[in-house]
Each structure stands twice: as C-alpha cells, then as structure tokens.
Design a protein around this ligand. Structure first.
Ligand code: ADE
Length: 267
C-alpha cells in the first residue's frame, strides 16, 4: 500500500516513520510512505501556500493552486475507488476502526494535511474525494491526524503485525463487518479486556486468580465478561450496535445483576 502525504512539514514525519509499525511496514515492503512538500508546488519566490480569507476574519487559508498541483503531479493519477484523496479536517467523516479497515483495502491513499485556519473550500469540493476527522477537537494542522490514520491503517495490512491474532483481539476489531454501511461509521466492536503480566502480585495488587489457573475455557469466558463489563460501563453506545450472541447476553445479565447487588449492598 502507498501513502502519499502532502504537507508543509515533511520533516515532521521522519521520526514516526523510523519507529514501530510504520518502520516495520516500510522494512517489510507492506507499505510505502511518500512525502510531498506543498511548497514545491508554489510559484512565487516566497513559496507562499496561504492567503487572507475572502470576506475578512482572522487567520490564513491554504490556497487551492499548490494543493491541486501537488495532487495532479502524483503518478498514477489518484482519485479512483482504489486511491482516495483524503483531506484531514475536523469537518470530516469520523475515523473509526471500520474506516481504518476500509482504507487498509485500498492500493493507495493520498493524505492532504491542512494548516492554519482552513483550506480553500474548492479543495474539499473538487480535489479531495473525502474529508476525514480523527475526533471532535481541533488540531492546528493535519499532520498529527495523518500520522494517526497511517498508523491505524498500516497495522491492519497483512503481515505487518507479527501476531495476526492480536489484531483480531483489538478493541473494536470486527467493527468493519458489524458497522459496514452504518451511517455513523461507528465501531461495532467492544472494548478490550484487562491484561496482566508478571509479577503475579505487585505492591499487594494481585492478578486475577483465573488467569493463573491454566483453564483456557474459563480464561476465555472471564476475558469476554470483563470486556463486556468495561464496555457496558464506559461505552454503552457500542453495545447498542453489537449483535449479541447467547453467551454475551448471559454474561451481560450476570454483569447487570452483580452491579445491582453491589449497589444494593451500598445502600
Ligand atoms: N485538522 C485539524 N483538526 C483535525 C481533526 N480533528 N481531524 C483531522 N484533521 C484535523
């Protein structure tokens, strides 16, 4: 898979491409990251990428010409179904695990990093195939957002994570199949269960006995129950979109019952 990143800060990406999953995918040939300096597509002495907003107001707006030129210089030409042109912006579709899974199936993704107060709307309308937001908060630029997208997508590419199972056990994994086509694009998976490693006792805090028991069926059930419980407490919205199997229904009933009893004892 190829990521073409258009940015005024190409050096911003040099360290993140040297570590973790992005470095592994580069070394293993599963992903290629190409950085394009937006200023190389300007046509004035000062390499100007922004200008004052029509109608007045604070801040500067990215001019359309350099972004159009940068994308039009990419080979092969992007914009088809297999090579979306994504403008990172807080106005975009929200990034979820199912969106990451969708991008992981593409041949190439072009990421346009905006800056300052905004980007000329003609970029969103006539150049980008979509706008994507990584969350309901405002960043000063799209670079961190692009890095988040690259990381979330790259780790899904076959062969990148050594252990394919750990990918399947992620919080939200399986979201694609559940949430595909849902209007919100929201995750359909649940939160992860707690994890422990040695020592079995640390400062008096003990690892749950069941994890030391060697009983794989009991451990599987305990993990599912704890994952459901965490989701029920912290993100009940996720449970609403989950088709619950028989075991999950039973576990949730146990969780509700236990919570009621605890509340009763507190009264
Ligand atoms: N640029 C600024 N804020 C952003 C956000 N929340 N997501 C993606 N790009 C952004």
């Amino acid at each position: 898979m190829i990521f073409d990143v258009v940015t005024i800060f190409p050096d911003f990406f040099s360290s993140i491409l040297e570590y973790g999953v992005l470095q592994r995918a580069r070394a293993g040939g599963q992903a290629k990251f190409r950085l394009h300096d937006l200023r190389d597509f300007t046509d004035d002495r000062h390499r100007t990428v922004d200008d004052r907003p029509f109608g007045g107001g604070p801040g500067m707006v990215f001019k359309p010409e350099p972004l159009f030129r940068a994308v039009e210089a990419l080979k092969p030409e992007p914009g088809g179904a297999d090579s979306p042109v994504v403008l990172l912006s807080p106005q975009g579709r929200l990034l979820t695990q199912s969106v990451a899974e969708e991008f992981a199936r593409k041949e190439r993704v072009v990421l346009l990093c905006g800056r300052y107060e905004g980007v000329d709307e003609r970029v969103a309308q006539h150049l980008a195939t979509e706008e994507l937001s990584i969350g309901d908060y405002v960043l000063t630029g799209g670079e961190l957002a692009a890095a988040v997208v690259m990381e979330a997508v790259t780790r899904l590419l076959p062969g990148v994570l050594g252990n394919e199972e750990s990918r399947e056990q992620d919080s939200f994994a399986g979201a694609g199949s559940v949430a595909a086509g849902s209007a919100s694009g929201g995750a359909g998976g649940i939160l992860d269960c707690p994890h422990y490693t040695r020592p079995a006792e640390f400062r008096g805090w003990k690892v749950p006995e069941v994890l030391l028991s060697g009983d794989h069926e009991e451990i599987r059930r305990w993990r599912r129950r704890r994952a459901l419980e965490k989701t029920w407490r912290r993100r009940p919205d996720l449970l609403a979109s989950l088709p619950l199997g028989q075991e999950d229904g039973k576990l949730l009933e146990e969780i509700r019952q236990a919570a009621l009893e605890l509340a009763g004892r507190r009264d």
